[in-house]
Design a protein around this ligand. Structure first.
Ligand code: TEU
Length: 598
C-alpha cells in the first residue's frame, strides 16, 4: 500500500533486563542500567527496544511469571524508572515494546489467589480447573486430567490440595494458564494493555500468544496427546493455534489499539505456528498482529530426544525454510527475522564458528538475516559476536528448563555426558550470560556478583573493544541497520534506493542445494525505470569456496559493474570487488558480500 507502517524499516533490539546492565550492584541488571546504556543502542541505529518482562514477579521463570502487570519488580526498579526509560529512549527516537505474557500469570497473582481460594469463587473460571481423571484418586499417578507434558518437564497439571482439583500450566507449576474462554479475563488483559499504551509504550511482543485458545470439547473436554520421549503426552495439537485464536486477536486489536491514534508494533511469539496460520495472523487486512516469530528454523538441529539432543544443521534445509517463509509472506503478512533471543543459544556458537572465524561468521550470519525481507531482531550481545556460556557443570546453570531437564535425563536414556553436551549447546542460559561492556571486573556489567557467570572471552569480546574497532561485528551490524534505515543513516554508499530494495525487494534463493553457499537476490522492478537488484553471496563454511557465477547462480546474475554494499572482510570493498569481469568469485572462510548489481 502507499502507507508503509514505520516498522517495515525498523530493526528491533531485545533487552533481557536481568543480564543487560546493573546500576545498583546487586548482580542483576535493572531499568536504570538500561537507561544508562541507551547510547549503545543509538550508536547501533536501532529504533525499537523490546524489553523482556520487568513486571512484579516471583522470578520463577525470570519474569515470565507475572504477579502484577501494572507494577515493576523491585529487582528492576520502579514505575518512575520505567517512565524515565521510556522518556530517555524517546529522545533517541527509540520506542519501547513491552513483553506481554498473558497465556499465564504467576501463581502469586491476585487473580490466581482468588481463583484457587474455593470452587465457587467468582474468579474460579479465570484459570483451567479440572477434576482428577475418572476412576482415579486425586494425586495418584495417572489421575492428571490429561497426559500432557509441560514445556518445563513433568505434567501440565498441578493438584491443588485445598479444593481437590487440578490447574493447567503449560509452563512451570508457578505459571497457571489463564482461561481466555472467559470474557472477563480478556477484558482485564485489554485494560492492562491500554494502561501501558497510555504510559507511552510503542507496542507489545506477545509471549506464546498462539497458545491462548485451547481446543475444548462441547463439555469442556481436553484430549490426551501422543507419547513423547519423557513419557508424557504431546498436548501441542490441542493448545496450538486453537479454534478461537483469530477471534481473540481481532478482538484485542479492536479493544486495545483502535482507541489509540498512531500505529504500534505487535509481534506474536508463536511456537509451532504453520505458514498458513502465520499468513492469517499477519495479514494487515485482518487486523490481528503485525508479525509473528516462527520456530521452524530453530528446530532444524533438534534430535529425536528434542532440543537437548542436537544434530548437525544441514544448510540446504535452513535456506529452504527461510525461503519458504519469504515466499509465503511475500504478498500478505510480514516476517519477523531472528537468529537469537533469550531462549536460544548464541548463533555464532550454534551455526557459525565461535573460534578461529568468530568475527567473520558472526558478520556473515548477520548479513544473511538482515538481507531477508521482514523486520530483523537483534538480541543483546549478538551485535558483539558474543558466544555461548561454555558451562561444563550442572551447578553453573540457573534456568529452570535446564535444571528440570536434568531430572528427566535418565528416563530419556541420556547419559550425564550427553546431557551436559546438550545443555552446553542448547541451554537458554547461553543467551543469558551478562552483556560484556568492557574489560573491567565483571565486564562492567555489575560491581557486585553477577547472577549468572560471564561467558569466557569477555576480556576481548566486549562492547568497548567492538566499538573501538571499525572492522568489528558491531560496526558490521551498524551498517546492516543503516542499509534498511536508508539515507537518513548518512553512511557511504547507502541511500533510499538501497533501503527500498532491502525492505521490499522480491526475494529469490539461488543454488538451493549447495551445502556451503548461501546466495540470493532481492529485486525491484521500478515503473518505467531500470530493474534494481541486490545479490547476497555467503560462504557458510571454514573452507575457501569457489563460485562459478553463471553455473551456480544462473545467467541472470551479472556481476560486472556491481558495487559492494556490505562485506564481512574490509578488503572486499573497492576495486577488488568484482575480479575477472565477475565470472568467478573466490570466497574466503565465512566470507560474505552484498552487491548492488549494475
Ligand atoms: O517461550 C515460549 C517458547 O515456546 C520457548 O521458546 C520456550 O522457552 C522453549 O520452547 C522451551 O524449550 C516464552 C518465553 O520466551 C520464555 O522465556 C518463557 O519461559 C515461556 O514463554 C513461558 O512464558
Amino acid at each position: 500500500g502507499t502507507h508503509r507502517p514505520w516498522w517495515h524499516r525498523s530493526v528491533v533490539y531485545q533487552v533481557y533486563p536481568r543480564s543487560f546492565a546493573d546500576s545498583d550492584g546487586d548482580g542483576v541488571g535493572d531499568l536504570r542500567g538500561i537507561t544508562s546504556r541507551l547510547d549503545h543502542l543509538a550508536a547501533l541505529g536501532v529504533d525499537v527496544l523490546w524489553l523482556s518482562p520487568v513486571y512484579r514477579s516471583p522470578q520463577d521463570d525470570n519474569g515470565y511469571d507475572i504477579s502484577d502487570y501494572t507494577d515493576v519488580d523491585p529487582l528492576f526498579g520502579d514505575l518512575a524508572a520505567m517512565d524515565e526509560l521510556i522518556a530517555e529512549a524517546a529522545k533517541r527516537e527509540i520506542g519501547i515494546v513491552m513483553d506481554l505474557v498473558v497465556n499465564h500469570t504467576s501463581d502469586e497473582h491476585a487473580w490466581f489467589a482468588e481463583s484457587r481460594s474455593s470452587r465457587d469463587n467468582p474468579k474460579r473460571d479465570w484459570y483451567w480447573w479440572r477434576p482428577a481423571r475418572e476412576g482415579f484418586e486425586p494425586g495418584t499417578p495417572g489421575a492428571e486430567p490429561t497426559n500432557w507434558g509441560s514445556f518445563f518437564s513433568g505434567s501440565t497439571w498441578q493438584l491443588d490440595e485445598a479444593t481437590g482439583e487440578y490447574y493447567l500450566h503449560l509452563f512451570s507449576r508457578k505459571q497457571p494458564d489463564l482461561n481466555w474462554e472467559n470474557p472477563e479475563v480478556r477484558q482485564a488483559v485489554y485494560a492492562m494493555m491500554r494502561w501501558w499504551l497510555e504510559r507511552g509504550v510503542a507496542g507489545f511482543r506477545m509471549d506464546v500468544i498462539n497458545l491462548i485458545s485451547k481446543h475444548v470439547g462441547e463439555h469442556g473436554e481436553l484430549t490426551d496427546g501422543a507419547p513423547r520421549a519423557d513419557g508424557w503426552g504431546n498436548g501441542a495439537p490441542f493448545y496450538t493455534d486453537g479454534p478461537r485464536m483469530h477471534e481473540f486477536l481481532a478482538e484485542m486489536h479492536r479493544e486495545v489499539f483502535d482507541p489509540f491514534p498512531g500505529t504500534y508494533l505487535t509481534v506474536g511469539e508463536t511456537p509451532g505456528v504453520t505458514l498458513e496460520e502465520a499468513r492469517l495472523y499477519t495479514d494487515p487486512e485482518r487486523r490481528e498482529v503485525d508479525m509473528v516469530f516462527q520456530f521452524e528454523h530453530m528446530g532444524l538441529d533438534h534430535g529425536v530426544l528434542g532440543k537437548f539432543d542436537p544434530v548437525p544443521l544441514h544448510l540446504p534445509d535452513l535456506k529452504a525454510n527461510l525461503a519458504r517463509w519469504q515466499d509465503g509472506l511475500a504478498t500478505a503478512g510480514w516476517n519477523a527475522l531472528y537468529w537469537n533471543n533469550h531462549d536460544q543459544p548464541r548463533i555464532v556458537s550454534r551455526w557459525g564458528d565461535d573460534g578461529e572465524h568468530r568475527v567473520a561468521s558472526a558478520k556473515t550470519l548477520g548479513t544473511i538475516l538482515h538481507l531477508h525481507r521482514g523486520t530483523p531482531y537483534v538480541y543483546q550481545g549478538e551485535e558483539l559476536g558474543m558466544r555461548n556460556a561454555g558451562f561444563t557443570a550442572l551447578t553453573q546453570y540457573r534456568d529452570l528448563e535446564s535444571l528440570n531437564v536434568a531430572g528427566d535425563a535418565e528416563t530419556m536414556g541420556m547419559s550425564t555426558e550427553h546431557l551436559l553436551a546438550g545443555l552446553a549447546y542448547m541451554s537458554r542460559d547461553n543467551a543469558r550470560t551478562p552483556v560484556a561492556w568492557d574489560d573491567s571486573p565483571n565486564a562492567g556489567f555489575t560491581t557486585g556478583t553477577p547472577w549468572l557467570s560471564l561467558a569466557p572471552g569477555w576480556e576481548r569480546i566486549n562492547a568497548a573493544a567492538e566499538r573501538a574497532n571499525s572492522d568489528s561485528v558491531f560496526h558490521h551490524y551498524r551498517r546492516l541497520v543503516a542499509l534498511r534505515r536508508g539515507a537518513a543513516a548518512g553512511q557511504d554508499g547507502i541511500d533510499d534506493g538501497v533501503a527500498a530494495l532491502v525492505i521490499d525487494g522480491a526475494f529469490a534463493l539461488l543454488a538451493p542445494e549447495h551445502e556451503r553457499l548461501w546466495a540470493f537476490t532481492r529485486t525491484l522492478e521500478t515503473e518505467g525505470g531500470p530493474r534494481e537488484a541486490l545479490l547476497v553471496v555467503a560462504n557458510l563454511s571454514g573452507e575457501p569456496l569457489e563460485v562459478d557465477v553463471a553455473a551456480e547462480l544462473g545467467d541472470a546474475v551479472v556481476l560486472e559493474g556491481a558495487s559492494v554494499l556490505v562485506a564481512s572482510h574490509a578488503d572486499a570493498y573497492g576495486d577488488a570487488a568484482v575480479p575477472d569481469g565477475g565470472a568467478h568469485l573466490a570466497l574466503r572462510p565465512w566470507e560474505s558480500v552484498v552487491y548492488r548489481l549494475a
